[in-house]
Design a protein around this ligand. Sequence first.
Ligand SMILES: *Cc1c(COP(=O)(O)O)cnc(C)c1O
Length: 404
Amino acid sequence: MDTAAHIAQAERFGAHNYAPLPVVIASGEGAWVTDVEGRRYLDCLAAYSALNFGHRHPALVAAARAQLDRLTLTSRAFGNDRLGEFCQRLAELAGKDMVLPMNTGAEAVESAIKVARAWGYRIKGVPDGRARIVVADGNFHGRTTTIVGFSTDPDARNGFGPFTPGFDVVAYGDAEALEAAITDETVAVLIEPIQGEAGVILAPEGYLAQVRALTAERGVLFIADEIQSGLGRTGATLECDNAGVVPDLYLLGKALGGGIVPVSAVVGDAEVLGVLRPGEHGSTFGGNPLAAAVGLAVIDLLSTGEFQARARDLGAQLARRLGELVGYGLVDVRVRGLWAGVDVDPDLATGRRVCELLADRGVLAKETHGSTIRLAPPLVITDQELDLAVDRLTEVLADLSHAG
Ligand SMILES: *Cc1c(COP(=O)(O)O)cnc(C)c1O
Protein backbone atom coordinates (compact mmCIF):
# COMPACT_ATOMS: atom_id res chain seq x y z
CA MET A 1 0.00 0.00 0.00
CA ASP A 2 1.29 3.48 -0.83
CA THR A 3 1.01 6.62 1.30
CA ALA A 4 -2.33 7.69 -0.18
CA ALA A 5 -3.90 4.28 0.42
CA HIS A 6 -2.76 4.20 4.06
CA ILE A 7 -4.10 7.70 4.64
CA ALA A 8 -7.42 6.84 2.99
CA GLN A 9 -7.81 3.73 5.14
CA ALA A 10 -7.01 5.61 8.35
CA GLU A 11 -9.47 8.36 7.34
CA ARG A 12 -12.20 5.89 6.47
CA PHE A 13 -11.94 3.74 9.61
CA GLY A 14 -10.26 6.01 12.16
CA ALA A 15 -11.92 8.89 14.01
CA HIS A 16 -10.85 12.26 12.64
CA ASN A 17 -9.41 13.67 15.85
CA TYR A 18 -6.04 14.39 14.19
CA ALA A 19 -5.00 16.00 10.93
CA PRO A 20 -1.62 14.32 10.38
CA LEU A 21 0.92 15.46 7.82
CA PRO A 22 0.79 13.15 4.77
CA VAL A 23 3.70 10.97 5.89
CA VAL A 24 3.09 7.31 6.78
CA ILE A 25 5.96 5.93 8.83
CA ALA A 26 6.90 2.27 8.72
CA SER A 27 10.14 2.07 10.70
CA GLY A 28 12.46 4.15 12.82
CA GLU A 29 15.95 4.13 14.28
CA GLY A 30 17.55 6.82 16.41
CA ALA A 31 16.61 10.22 15.02
CA TRP A 32 15.45 8.82 11.66
CA VAL A 33 12.23 7.28 10.36
CA THR A 34 11.42 5.66 7.02
CA ASP A 35 8.02 5.88 5.37
CA VAL A 36 6.07 3.21 3.49
CA GLU A 37 7.68 4.32 0.23
CA GLY A 38 11.21 4.09 1.55
CA ARG A 39 11.75 7.85 2.06
CA ARG A 40 13.84 8.79 5.08
CA TYR A 41 13.01 11.69 7.38
CA LEU A 42 14.84 13.30 10.27
CA ASP A 43 12.40 13.25 13.19
CA CYS A 44 12.39 16.71 14.80
CA LEU A 45 9.22 16.15 16.84
CA ALA A 46 10.16 12.96 18.69
CA ALA A 47 6.50 12.19 19.43
CA TYR A 48 6.18 15.39 21.46
CA SER A 49 9.26 14.40 23.51
CA ALA A 50 8.09 10.85 24.20
CA LEU A 51 11.08 9.76 22.07
CA ASN A 52 13.80 11.71 23.90
CA PHE A 53 16.13 8.71 23.48
CA GLY A 54 15.23 8.23 19.83
CA HIS A 55 13.43 5.42 18.07
CA ARG A 56 14.22 1.95 19.43
CA HIS A 57 17.13 2.91 21.65
CA PRO A 58 19.04 -0.39 21.99
CA ALA A 59 19.14 -0.34 25.81
CA LEU A 60 15.42 0.35 26.02
CA VAL A 61 14.48 -2.29 23.45
CA ALA A 62 16.70 -4.82 25.23
CA ALA A 63 15.04 -4.09 28.57
CA ALA A 64 11.58 -4.46 27.02
CA ARG A 65 12.55 -7.72 25.25
CA ALA A 66 13.99 -9.24 28.40
CA GLN A 67 10.86 -8.34 30.34
CA LEU A 68 8.56 -9.66 27.58
CA ASP A 69 10.20 -13.03 28.03
CA ARG A 70 9.49 -13.06 31.76
CA LEU A 71 6.33 -11.23 32.85
CA THR A 72 4.23 -8.43 31.37
CA LEU A 73 1.21 -7.77 33.59
CA THR A 74 0.01 -8.73 37.03
CA SER A 75 -2.44 -5.92 37.89
CA ARG A 76 -1.90 -4.28 41.25
CA ALA A 77 -3.93 -6.99 42.95
CA PHE A 78 -0.50 -8.58 43.44
CA GLY A 79 3.02 -7.29 43.62
CA ASN A 80 5.51 -7.62 40.79
CA ASP A 81 9.27 -7.85 41.08
CA ARG A 82 9.96 -4.67 39.06
CA LEU A 83 7.55 -2.21 40.68
CA GLY A 84 9.41 -1.47 43.91
CA GLU A 85 12.72 -0.86 42.19
CA PHE A 86 11.07 1.39 39.61
CA CYS A 87 9.38 3.48 42.29
CA GLN A 88 12.54 3.76 44.38
CA ARG A 89 14.79 4.70 41.45
CA LEU A 90 12.32 7.26 40.05
CA ALA A 91 11.78 8.83 43.48
CA GLU A 92 15.57 9.08 43.90
CA LEU A 93 16.02 10.56 40.43
CA ALA A 94 13.51 13.31 41.27
CA GLY A 95 14.73 13.75 44.85
CA LYS A 96 11.36 12.76 46.32
CA ASP A 97 10.00 10.02 48.61
CA MET A 98 7.30 8.27 46.63
CA VAL A 99 5.87 7.46 43.23
CA LEU A 100 2.31 6.86 42.05
CA PRO A 101 2.67 4.99 38.74
CA MET A 102 0.09 5.50 36.00
CA ASN A 103 0.12 5.17 32.21
CA THR A 104 -0.65 8.31 30.22
CA GLY A 105 0.17 11.90 31.01
CA ALA A 106 -3.48 12.86 31.41
CA GLU A 107 -3.84 10.11 34.02
CA ALA A 108 -0.90 11.52 35.98
CA VAL A 109 -2.60 14.94 35.92
CA GLU A 110 -5.95 13.47 36.98
CA SER A 111 -4.20 11.52 39.75
CA ALA A 112 -2.46 14.65 41.02
CA ILE A 113 -5.78 16.51 41.09
CA LYS A 114 -7.26 13.75 43.26
CA VAL A 115 -4.18 13.68 45.51
CA ALA A 116 -4.22 17.47 45.91
CA ARG A 117 -7.92 17.48 46.80
CA ALA A 118 -7.51 14.62 49.29
CA TRP A 119 -4.50 16.41 50.81
CA GLY A 120 -6.55 19.60 51.02
CA TYR A 121 -9.38 17.94 52.92
CA ARG A 122 -7.33 15.62 55.12
CA ILE A 123 -4.24 17.67 55.89
CA LYS A 124 -4.93 21.32 55.12
CA GLY A 125 -8.50 21.15 56.49
CA VAL A 126 -10.40 22.62 53.54
CA PRO A 127 -14.17 22.04 54.01
CA ASP A 128 -15.32 19.00 52.01
CA GLY A 129 -16.19 19.71 48.39
CA ARG A 130 -14.65 23.22 48.39
CA ALA A 131 -11.10 22.56 47.16
CA ARG A 132 -9.84 24.80 44.33
CA ILE A 133 -6.84 24.47 42.03
CA VAL A 134 -5.18 27.38 40.22
CA VAL A 135 -4.04 26.74 36.64
CA ALA A 136 -2.52 28.93 33.92
CA ASP A 137 -3.91 30.49 30.78
CA GLY A 138 -2.63 28.62 27.72
CA ASN A 139 -2.15 25.39 29.68
CA PHE A 140 -2.03 21.94 28.16
CA HIS A 141 -2.45 19.07 30.62
CA GLY A 142 -4.20 16.44 28.50
CA ARG A 143 -7.56 15.53 27.02
CA THR A 144 -9.87 14.12 29.70
CA THR A 145 -13.17 15.86 30.45
CA THR A 146 -11.90 17.37 33.71
CA ILE A 147 -8.64 18.57 32.13
CA VAL A 148 -10.22 20.14 29.01
CA GLY A 149 -12.66 21.89 31.34
CA PHE A 150 -9.82 24.12 32.58
CA SER A 151 -8.16 24.48 29.17
CA THR A 152 -8.33 27.95 27.59
CA ASP A 153 -8.03 26.52 24.05
CA PRO A 154 -11.49 26.64 22.40
CA ASP A 155 -10.67 23.63 20.16
CA ALA A 156 -9.79 21.51 23.18
CA ARG A 157 -12.75 22.60 25.25
CA ASN A 158 -15.75 23.77 23.25
CA GLY A 159 -18.56 21.26 22.96
CA PHE A 160 -17.34 18.94 25.71
CA GLY A 161 -19.00 20.39 28.81
CA PRO A 162 -20.40 20.33 31.43
CA PHE A 163 -17.04 20.68 33.12
CA THR A 164 -15.65 19.77 36.53
CA PRO A 165 -15.78 22.79 38.86
CA GLY A 166 -12.98 23.91 41.19
CA PHE A 167 -10.40 25.47 38.87
CA ASP A 168 -9.24 29.09 38.59
CA VAL A 169 -7.28 30.31 35.56
CA VAL A 170 -4.61 33.03 35.85
CA ALA A 171 -2.20 34.51 33.31
CA TYR A 172 0.95 32.37 32.87
CA GLY A 173 4.01 34.08 34.26
CA ASP A 174 2.10 36.61 36.38
CA ALA A 175 2.97 35.99 40.04
CA GLU A 176 0.72 38.82 41.27
CA ALA A 177 -2.30 37.32 39.52
CA LEU A 178 -1.42 33.98 41.06
CA GLU A 179 -1.15 35.48 44.53
CA ALA A 180 -4.54 37.16 44.11
CA ALA A 181 -6.17 33.92 42.99
CA ILE A 182 -5.08 31.90 46.03
CA THR A 183 -7.75 31.62 48.73
CA ASP A 184 -8.06 29.54 51.91
CA GLU A 185 -9.74 26.89 49.77
CA THR A 186 -6.90 26.65 47.25
CA VAL A 187 -5.17 23.30 47.53
CA ALA A 188 -2.77 23.46 44.59
CA VAL A 189 -1.22 25.45 41.78
CA LEU A 190 -0.80 23.31 38.64
CA ILE A 191 1.50 24.69 35.95
CA GLU A 192 3.92 23.64 33.24
CA PRO A 193 7.47 24.96 33.89
CA ILE A 194 7.53 25.51 30.12
CA GLN A 195 4.24 25.61 28.22
CA GLY A 196 4.91 23.16 25.39
CA GLU A 197 1.68 23.03 23.42
CA ALA A 198 1.22 26.79 23.82
CA GLY A 199 4.37 27.20 21.70
CA VAL A 200 7.31 26.41 24.01
CA ILE A 201 6.55 29.43 26.19
CA LEU A 202 9.32 29.79 28.77
CA ALA A 203 8.39 30.91 32.28
CA PRO A 204 9.64 34.46 32.86
CA GLU A 205 12.91 34.65 34.84
CA GLY A 206 12.18 34.10 38.52
CA TYR A 207 8.53 33.11 38.02
CA LEU A 208 8.86 29.49 39.15
CA ALA A 209 10.73 30.60 42.27
CA GLN A 210 7.91 33.06 42.98
CA VAL A 211 5.34 30.28 42.51
CA ARG A 212 7.32 28.15 44.96
CA ALA A 213 7.57 30.95 47.52
CA LEU A 214 3.87 31.91 47.25
CA THR A 215 2.57 28.36 47.48
CA ALA A 216 4.84 27.57 50.44
CA GLU A 217 3.73 30.74 52.23
CA ARG A 218 0.02 30.06 51.68
CA GLY A 219 0.08 26.32 52.38
CA VAL A 220 -0.73 25.32 48.81
CA LEU A 221 0.80 22.47 46.81
CA PHE A 222 2.95 23.35 43.81
CA ILE A 223 2.37 20.75 41.08
CA ALA A 224 4.84 20.95 38.18
CA ASP A 225 3.60 19.25 35.01
CA GLU A 226 6.95 18.10 33.56
CA ILE A 227 5.37 15.54 31.25
CA GLN A 228 6.90 17.25 28.21
CA SER A 229 9.65 19.39 29.79
CA GLY A 230 11.09 16.64 32.00
CA LEU A 231 13.57 13.81 31.55
CA GLY A 232 16.43 15.50 29.76
CA ARG A 233 14.74 17.63 27.13
CA THR A 234 15.69 21.00 28.64
CA GLY A 235 19.29 20.14 29.50
CA ALA A 236 18.45 19.02 33.03
CA THR A 237 16.65 16.00 34.42
CA LEU A 238 13.76 18.33 35.24
CA GLU A 239 13.11 21.87 34.08
CA CYS A 240 12.50 22.80 37.73
CA ASP A 241 16.19 21.92 38.30
CA ASN A 242 17.15 24.61 35.78
CA ALA A 243 15.01 27.09 37.71
CA GLY A 244 16.40 25.92 41.07
CA VAL A 245 12.97 25.13 42.49
CA VAL A 246 11.50 22.01 44.07
CA PRO A 247 7.72 21.64 43.67
CA ASP A 248 5.62 19.37 45.88
CA LEU A 249 4.60 17.08 43.04
CA TYR A 250 6.23 16.35 39.70
CA LEU A 251 4.12 14.93 36.90
CA LEU A 252 6.13 12.79 34.50
CA GLY A 253 5.14 10.89 31.39
CA LYS A 254 6.01 10.81 27.71
CA ALA A 255 9.78 9.97 27.68
CA LEU A 256 9.37 7.89 30.86
CA GLY A 257 8.03 5.12 28.62
CA GLY A 258 11.09 5.24 26.37
CA GLY A 259 8.88 5.49 23.28
CA ILE A 260 7.86 1.88 23.86
CA VAL A 261 5.00 1.81 26.35
CA PRO A 262 2.95 4.54 28.01
CA VAL A 263 4.39 5.20 31.48
CA SER A 264 3.51 8.16 33.67
CA ALA A 265 3.91 8.99 37.32
CA VAL A 266 3.15 11.43 40.09
CA VAL A 267 6.30 11.88 42.18
CA GLY A 268 6.20 13.56 45.56
CA ASP A 269 6.86 13.51 49.27
CA ALA A 270 5.22 11.10 51.67
CA GLU A 271 3.26 13.88 53.43
CA VAL A 272 1.39 14.47 50.17
CA LEU A 273 1.29 11.21 48.16
CA GLY A 274 0.87 9.30 51.41
CA VAL A 275 -2.71 10.58 51.73
CA LEU A 276 -4.03 7.94 49.32
CA ARG A 277 -5.46 4.84 50.96
CA PRO A 278 -6.04 1.42 49.42
CA GLY A 279 -9.03 1.39 47.11
CA GLU A 280 -9.13 5.16 46.54
CA HIS A 281 -7.19 5.23 43.29
CA GLY A 282 -5.75 2.81 40.79
CA SER A 283 -5.15 1.62 37.28
CA THR A 284 -5.15 -1.88 35.77
CA PHE A 285 -1.94 -1.18 33.87
CA GLY A 286 -0.25 1.37 36.14
CA GLY A 287 3.06 0.06 37.46
CA ASN A 288 2.95 -3.08 35.29
CA PRO A 289 6.24 -5.00 35.07
CA LEU A 290 6.85 -4.19 31.39
CA ALA A 291 6.32 -0.47 32.03
CA ALA A 292 8.50 -0.64 35.15
CA ALA A 293 11.29 -2.45 33.27
CA VAL A 294 11.30 0.12 30.47
CA GLY A 295 11.01 2.97 32.99
CA LEU A 296 14.01 1.60 34.89
CA ALA A 297 16.04 1.50 31.66
CA VAL A 298 15.04 5.13 31.01
CA ILE A 299 16.18 6.07 34.51
CA ASP A 300 19.50 4.29 33.84
CA LEU A 301 20.00 6.40 30.71
CA LEU A 302 19.25 9.58 32.63
CA SER A 303 21.47 8.65 35.56
CA THR A 304 24.67 9.23 33.61
CA GLY A 305 23.76 12.85 32.79
CA GLU A 306 24.88 12.25 29.20
CA PHE A 307 21.52 13.07 27.63
CA GLN A 308 21.03 16.18 29.74
CA ALA A 309 24.48 17.36 28.61
CA ARG A 310 23.67 16.60 24.96
CA ALA A 311 20.45 18.62 25.25
CA ARG A 312 22.43 21.56 26.68
CA ASP A 313 25.21 21.44 24.06
CA LEU A 314 23.01 20.78 21.05
CA GLY A 315 20.51 23.28 22.40
CA ALA A 316 23.15 26.00 22.32
CA GLN A 317 23.81 25.13 18.68
CA LEU A 318 20.07 25.15 17.92
CA ALA A 319 19.59 28.52 19.62
CA ARG A 320 22.50 30.04 17.71
CA ARG A 321 21.36 28.74 14.33
CA LEU A 322 17.68 29.66 14.84
CA GLY A 323 18.65 33.06 16.21
CA GLU A 324 20.34 33.83 12.90
CA LEU A 325 16.99 33.33 11.13
CA VAL A 326 15.13 35.95 13.17
CA GLY A 327 14.40 38.73 10.69
CA TYR A 328 14.86 36.24 7.84
CA GLY A 329 11.51 34.52 7.92
CA LEU A 330 11.27 34.07 11.69
CA VAL A 331 9.91 36.71 14.07
CA ASP A 332 10.93 35.04 17.33
CA VAL A 333 12.47 31.87 18.73
CA ARG A 334 12.44 30.45 22.24
CA VAL A 335 14.93 27.70 23.01
CA ARG A 336 15.54 25.72 26.20
CA GLY A 337 17.80 22.71 25.86
CA LEU A 338 16.96 20.83 22.68
CA TRP A 339 13.46 22.29 22.50
CA ALA A 340 12.45 25.26 20.41
CA GLY A 341 9.32 27.28 19.75
CA VAL A 342 9.80 28.91 16.37
CA ASP A 343 7.53 31.79 15.34
CA VAL A 344 7.43 32.03 11.56
CA ASP A 345 6.51 35.42 10.10
CA PRO A 346 2.72 35.02 9.76
CA ASP A 347 2.82 36.95 6.46
CA LEU A 348 5.03 34.18 5.07
CA ALA A 349 3.11 31.01 5.99
CA THR A 350 1.20 29.11 8.63
CA GLY A 351 3.11 26.70 10.83
CA ARG A 352 1.26 23.89 9.11
CA ARG A 353 2.52 25.01 5.67
CA VAL A 354 6.10 25.25 6.93
CA CYS A 355 5.84 21.71 8.34
CA GLU A 356 4.49 20.40 5.02
CA LEU A 357 7.41 21.98 3.17
CA LEU A 358 9.88 20.63 5.75
CA ALA A 359 8.42 17.13 5.31
CA ASP A 360 8.91 17.49 1.52
CA ARG A 361 12.58 18.10 2.34
CA GLY A 362 12.84 15.17 4.73
CA VAL A 363 12.42 16.85 8.12
CA LEU A 364 9.45 16.12 10.40
CA ALA A 365 8.20 18.86 12.69
CA LYS A 366 4.80 19.98 13.93
CA GLU A 367 3.10 23.32 14.32
CA THR A 368 1.67 24.18 17.73
CA HIS A 369 -0.83 26.76 16.44
CA GLY A 370 -0.90 29.70 14.05
CA SER A 371 2.55 30.28 12.62
CA THR A 372 4.47 28.67 15.48
CA ILE A 373 6.29 25.38 15.03
CA ARG A 374 7.99 23.25 17.63
CA LEU A 375 11.35 21.55 17.18
CA ALA A 376 12.08 18.75 19.64
CA PRO A 377 14.41 16.24 18.00
CA PRO A 378 15.48 13.12 19.89
CA LEU A 379 18.43 13.85 22.18
CA VAL A 380 20.46 11.25 20.24
CA ILE A 381 20.54 13.53 17.18
CA THR A 382 24.08 14.52 16.10
CA ASP A 383 25.29 18.07 15.61
CA GLN A 384 25.50 17.49 11.83
CA GLU A 385 21.92 16.20 11.75
CA LEU A 386 20.76 19.18 13.74
CA ASP A 387 22.51 21.50 11.29
CA LEU A 388 20.82 19.65 8.45
CA ALA A 389 17.39 20.26 10.02
CA VAL A 390 18.06 23.99 10.38
CA ASP A 391 19.50 24.11 6.83
CA ARG A 392 16.22 22.67 5.53
CA LEU A 393 14.21 25.19 7.56
CA THR A 394 16.41 27.99 6.14
CA GLU A 395 15.68 26.76 2.61
CA VAL A 396 11.93 26.57 3.26
CA LEU A 397 11.88 30.12 4.63
CA ALA A 398 13.93 31.39 1.68
CA ASP A 399 11.57 29.70 -0.79
CA LEU A 400 8.53 31.20 0.93
CA SER A 401 10.11 34.67 0.94
CA HIS A 402 10.87 34.49 -2.78
CA ALA A 403 7.39 33.14 -3.58
CA GLY A 404 5.80 36.03 -1.62
C1 LIG B 1 1.38 15.50 26.52
C2 LIG B 1 1.13 16.23 27.78
C3 LIG B 1 0.16 15.79 28.69
C4 LIG B 1 -0.76 14.63 28.40
O1 LIG B 1 -0.10 13.44 28.16
P1 LIG B 1 -0.85 12.21 27.41
O2 LIG B 1 0.09 11.07 27.58
O3 LIG B 1 -1.03 12.63 25.98
O4 LIG B 1 -2.14 12.02 28.12
C5 LIG B 1 0.03 16.47 29.88
N1 LIG B 1 0.79 17.54 30.16
C6 LIG B 1 1.73 18.00 29.31
C7 LIG B 1 2.56 19.17 29.70
C8 LIG B 1 1.92 17.37 28.08
O5 LIG B 1 2.82 17.85 27.22
